[in-house]
Each structure stands twice: as C-alpha cells, then as structure tokens.
Ligand binder design. Sequence first.
Ligand SMILES: Nc1ncnc2c1ncn2[C@@H]1O[C@H](COP(=O)(O)OP(=O)(O)OP(=O)(O)O)[C@@H](O)[C@H]1O
Length: 112
Amino acid sequence: MKKIEAIIKPFKLDEVKEALQEAGVQGLSVVEVKGFGRQKGHTELYRGAEYVVDFLPKVKIEVVLPDDQVERAIAAIVDAAKTDKIGDGKIFVSPVEQAIRIRTGEFGDDAI
Ligand SMILES: Nc1ncnc2c1ncn2[C@@H]1O[C@H](COP(=O)(O)OP(=O)(O)OP(=O)(O)O)[C@@H](O)[C@H]1O
C-alpha cells in the first residue's frame, strides 16, 4: 500500500475528487493547509485577488491505496489539478505499512 499526499489549489478539490473516484479510489481525507513552494516572493491569484506568496491556502488530499492503483491515481490528480500556472501543487508518495478497517477488522488491501 502507498499513501499519496496531493497538495493542490483549493478550487480544484471537486475536480480532483471526481477524477480519483473515476480512477477507483474508495476513500480519502482532505485537510486545509497553508504553504509555499519554490516560487516564494512571486504573486499568485487566489479567488480573484493577488497575493504575494508567503503562506498560501492549499488543500491536501490524502489517499491510501493498493500499489497497483498508484500510477492511475497520480495521472488522475495531475490531469485534474493542472492549470499550467505557478502554485499548481505537488504530489508525494510514501509507503504504508498497514491499514485496518475498524468495523470489520479487515487488514491490508481489503481494509482500504
Ligand atoms: N518540498 C515541499 N514539502 C512540503 N510541502 C511542499 C513542498 N513544496 C511545496 N509544498 C506544498 O505544496 C504547495 C504547492 O507548491 P507549489 O506548486 O507552489 O510548488 P512550486 O515548487 O513552487 O511549483 P510551481 O513552480 O508549479 O509553483 C505549497 O504551497 C506547499 O503547501
């Protein structure tokens, strides 16, 4: 299993969620975050206003999925989240040791 953490522009959340569902993802978590990337010091548009990039509001999607779904999910996120402007976001992938579905007691891929 792997965990994908995708930090995206907030207005792209619905589109990315739908793309992930189409790619077979069964569940995910969303966290509101603030951050900056390499482009600090530049300005970025957020809801029609121009911000000097310090800490910009972003949304982080966390999804744990079987190894064989990772490539498809990444492609779905990139496709849905891309605007070709700075601040489009980043995707991080890390290994997950175990998952447990509390109600049923299932483990591993069966629990996702
Ligand atoms: N190395 C990192 N570690 C953790 N979070 C990061 C990292 N880089 C970027 N982020 C998070 O991702 C968000 C989006 O990054 P952003 O797209 O601005 O990166 P960038 O490198 O400047 O790319 P771009 O050139 O497309 O703007 C940041 O606001 C921050 O929350």
